[in-house]
Design a protein around this ligand. Structure first.
Ligand SMILES: *Cc1c(COP(=O)(O)O)cnc(C)c1O
Length: 570
């Protein structure tokens, strides 16, 4: 039996995230944030960094997506059995919720790298006999339930997680808060660093905030304040009670409501956004704090298709743990790289045939678009002028979409429905498929199998974006609005193409959809389609540039080395 105790021998970084996506079998993630967390953990294991990750068990996962005859999304819960993949740890701790003691236990999953690196991921769970039925459900639904349910989850994650690490004997050198969901752990740490002042507790001098700050690193992922978790204080008082005195909490977490981002900002010594642009935007949102930028990445081995990986092994041995080697991609013969991509494409089309009945043509330029469906990502933008699209793309284009809308997001569901209806109306002249149930398994099939990866979010809302990096790792060029990581990865015509104006403004006022749409159609028609059909050598050159100039750099190995030197060792 693998004992957790062997992980307690050296001090570790505790990485807290509400969602973690390690594999599709453990459905405790919704999208980019969770997959980033999983990729972070895998790179940490490859690099043998001492880390322990903490998240929620989410027994009902995120949902499974199907569609009714009208193309309207239907949700069902995915139950999974932690028993099959994880090991239950013997210790339990208590947190107080609505004045009740709620027991919390943890399941351990071990991430093992071929390099020999290993690290534990703890999944917190309240489904324990002795907890009342309501409390047993706290760790069931990822991003489900109302505000009170969410606050209870954050109590379990932040306070429960910190307590459990301590009880299990983990020595923690830094706490890394991946987004504000785990901010309550700072309160638990504050309680550990109380100093008695003579023989009374003086509320204003007994809290050693600087000690807690030294321990905490905070990564913010949301470029608009509306996206930050906030809770009214009457709810906080009713559900959480006084973990620290209320007036002190208000000083740290906001006067009018408990703002989890504010709490994390006030109690972290290192704060960062997830791309250079997002760092600047966050700096403007949070004057008075120093906001750094560490651009997100993806885990190289996880996101390389089984068709491309053997080529990298053959020509760039060692690439998976030293992705910088991809800079020498020109050592791979053109023909071999072209064949590897075609295999990925054929394999995707086979899957599409099996799941939807539609047969796509591997000779035709294929655009991919898949991510969470939410208003700002504008999944339906390419259909703004269907006649124009048909004129440009008839006989020359195929489109593959996937993505889930949040169960309560009717606008997002409407976008999906529109795409599915367009798919029917375009018919065989321009084939469009919408694949259901986008998850990590589908992502690794879909992204490497298309020819270009489309991304057209509303600037500046795509804090980083990572699916475009997965495309790059497989030689698939990005065609994207200049936002997030793409501002750093884009060289026009060399690593892909931009859509719309340059990212000189930080406000959403620059979002002239018309301009974006026009540019999208124009580049497709005048640049991308001709290159694909008339200049094979030019296209393969592009493929190689994408790998050598984007993939070698935008990965979680590079990212983790930066977290170590810029945040963890500071
Ligand atoms: C990578 C990934 C995402 C993130 O996509 P973005 O385009 O960066 O938003 C979302 N969902 C899944 C399943 C992924 O693998």
């Amino acid at each position: 039996m693998n004992d957790w105790r062997r992980y307690t021998e050296i001090p570790r970084i505790a990485y807290f995230s509400m969602e973690i996506g390690l594999t599709a079998e453990i459905p405790t993630y919704r999208g980019g944030l969770g997959v980033l967390a999983g990729d972070t953990i895998k790179s940490a294991a490859d690099l043998k960094l001492p880390l322990v990750a903490v998240t929620l068990i989410s027994r009902k996962g995120y949902f499974r997506q199907t569609f009714n005859d009208d193309g309207w999304q239907q949700e069902s819960s995915v139950n999974w059995n932690p028993e099959e993949l994880l090991e239950l740890l013997p210790s339990k701790i208590l947190v107080t919720i609505e004045n009740r003691d709620v027991k919390v236990q943890a399941w351990m999953y071990q991430v093992k790298s071929p390099t020999g690196g290993e690290l534990p991921v703890l999944f917190l769970d309240t489904d324990i006999p002795g907890n009342i039925p309501e409390d047993r459900k706290i760790t069931d639904h990822l991003y489900g339930g109302d505000m009170g349910y969410r606050l209870k989850q954050e109590i379990v994650l932040g306070i429960g997680g910190a307590r459990l690490l301590q009880l299990l004997g983990f020595q923690i050198r830094k706490y890394h808060l991946n987004e504000g969901h785990a901010s309550l752990l700072t309160l638990e740490l504050l309680n550990h660093h109380r100093r008695p002042v003579e023989d009374s507790w003086d509320e204003h001098t007994s809290w050693d905030t600087s000690r807690v700050q030294e321990m905490c690193v905070f990564t913010t992922h949301t470029p608009v304040t509306a996206g930050h978790d906030r809770f009214p204080y009457d709810l906080v008082e009713r559900i959480m009670g006084d973990v620290i005195p209320m007036d002190r909490l208000k000083e740290l977490g906001g006067k009018d409501e408990l703002n989890m981002t504010m709490l994390a900002l006030n109690l972290s010594h290192f704060i960062n956004g997830v791309a250079k642009k997002h760092g600047e935007i966050s700096q403007a949102l949070f004057p008075g704090f120093k906001v750094n930028a560490i651009t997100n990445g993806i885990h190289p081995f996880t996101w390389t298709s089984p068709y491309m990986a053997p080529l990298y092994d053959k020509y760039l041995p060692g690439w998976a743990n030293e992705p910088e080697l991809l800079v020498r991609v020109d050592n791979i013969p053109d023909q071999e790289i072209d064949e590897a991509h075609t295999k990925a494409k054929v394999s995707l089309f086979q899957y599409i045939k099996e799941t939807t009945g539609t047969q796509l043509d591997p000779e035709i330029l294929t655009i991919g678009f898949a991510r969470r469906v939410t208003a700002y990502k504008r999944a339906n933008m390419i259909f703004t002028d269907p006649q124009r699209l048909l004129k440009i793309g008839g006989g020359k284009l195929q489109l593959v979409f996937a993505g889930k809308a949040h169960p309560r997001d009717d606008y997002g569901k409407g976008m999906i429905q529109e795409i599915r209806q367009q798919a029917n109306s375009f018919g065989d002249n321009l084939k469009i498929v919408y694949l259901s149930n986008y998850n990590m398994d589908l992502a690794i099939r879909l992204i490497p199998g298309v020819d270009i990866w489309l991304n057209n979010p509303l600037r500046p809302l795509e804090a980083s974006g990572t699916s475009g990096m997965k495309a790059a790792l497989n030689g698939v060029p990005n065609f994207s609005v200049l936002d997030g990581w793409w501002i750093e990865g884009h060289i026009e015509g060399v690593t892909g193409w931009s859509i719309g104006p340059p990212p000189t403004e930080t406000t959403t006022a620059v979002n002239n959809s018309d301009e974006d749409v026009k540019d999208l159609y124009k580049k497709l028609e005048e640049t991308i389609i001709p290159l694909y059909y008339d200049d094979r050598t030019g296209w393969i050159k592009l493929t190689k540039n994408v790998i050598g100039k984007n993939a070698y750099y935008f990965n979680t190995h590079v990212m983790m080395r930066r977290y170590v030197t810029e945040a963890y060792l500071q």
